[in-house]
Design a protein around this ligand. Sequence first.
Ligand SMILES: [Zn+2]
Length: 67
Amino acid sequence: MKYTPSKRERSNPIEPPCRKEAYFTLEDAQDMIRHINETRVTKNIRAYRCDVCGFWHLTSRGKQEGA
Ligand SMILES: [Zn+2]
């Protein structure tokens, strides 16, 4: 006989310690950047790999070059 677990059967997905949206791969992140670029006027979005969670995050922080 099997136990019939409640709906909580799903194992927890990995929860990144960061509150930012995390992407598993650079491709995923770049996909999102592409999407954002099509829908918003945001500059300098780039993906960076987070040392904390090891996933990819997006940042719209542009370097202030020159000036
Ligand atoms: Zn992170």
